[in-house]
Design a protein around this ligand. Structure first.
Ligand code: ATP
Length: 263
């Protein structure tokens, strides 16, 4: 099937979400085509996590069957495990740090959608070989036998990405991937995400940090107070004027080697 005939990866039509007393997402209309990497950028409280959790079915929107729909790959109904492995959800929360497991076991647990490996006997040689390949890609071969609760935040982030990649997802959906990382670790992680995007995995990145937007991302959606504030080609959206309005302060933007920075 030609790419233009494929259903969108994600299709939000008039989606609103209430959490507690707050309307966190307001009438969101958003289509993300398959293969199109994009960043969702917004300040704290804009609704980024709420949007991700709506996609992953951790939160349920207000639903008006006449006017609203939320489709993933053309379907409204999904088995949550299949949905999450297909989308490649990357969140540090998926690892159960109270359980003592090696990084290799944590990566292998991705095949079963569980926070730890229940039964190593279920892991086939093919699964193990591919997990090794993915760990090599993420440059974490050396961590294989280390315990997940004894590694750094940057290393944990890579383990979690490897765990998502073993299912050969069509996309990687990343929520604030560089939070808590020092400058060097953040830079290395962005380079790895660039490499993964270059190998053909669609990257959907949710962030408040402009520098996370890797060169392979060409579309930026700005989210403000639960609504889409801007949506379009990166070079047209990432302007000082839009940024000032979104974050509420004046900045100077600098673009270098495909990355954007504030100074
Ligand atoms: N569990 C909750 N119950 C009620 N309201 C919530 C809850 N979590 C978040 N909110 C509210 O929903 C709105 C959107 O929050 P959300 O966490 O989606 O924003 P965000 O853009 O991801 O922010 P951050 O960058 O700080 O993570 C905020 O007004 C927040 O106060």
């Amino acid at each position: 099937m030609a790419k233009q005939d494929l259903p969108p990866l994600i299709e939000f039509k008039n989606i609103s979400l209430v959490r507690g007393e707050r309307l966190c997402l307001k009438n969101i209309n958003l289509v993300i085509n398959q293969g199109q990497s994009l960043a969702i950028l917004g300040p704290n409280g804009a609704g980024k996590s709420s949007l991700i959790k709506t996609i992953t079915r951790e939160l349920y929107p207000i639903f008006d069957p006449q006017n609203s729909s939320l489709r993933i790959l053309g379907r409204e109904n999904w088995d949550v495990f299949a949905l999450r492995s297909q989308l490649g959800i990357v969140s540090a929360e998926v690892l159960n740090q109270n359980i003592s497991q090696t990084c290799k076991e944590a990566v292998l647990s991705g095949y079963f959608g569980s926070p730890y490996l229940h039964d190593a006997g279920l892991v086939s040689t093919e699964m193990e070989n591919y997990a090794n390949e993915v760990m090599h890609l993420l440059e974490i071969d050396k961590l294989a036998e280390r315990l997940t609760n004894e590694i750094s935040s940057g290393e944990t982030r890579r383990v979690v990405i490897a765990r998502a990649l073993v299912n050969k997802p069509q996309s990687l959906l990343l929520d604030e991937p560089t939070t808590n990382l020092d400058m060097k670790s953040a830079h290395q992680l962005r380079k790895l995400l660039s490499k993964i995007a270059g190998l053909g995995t669609q990257i959907i990145l949710v962030t408040h940090n402009l520098s996370d937007i890797i060169p392979e991302i060409n579309r930026v959606v700005m989210l403000k107070d639960g609504s889409i504030f801007r949506d379009g080609v990166k070079t047209e959206i990432l302007t000082e004027a839009n940024f000032a309005e979104l974050f509420g302060f004046e900045v100077n933007l600098l673009s270098k080697d495909g990355f954007y920075h504030i100074y």
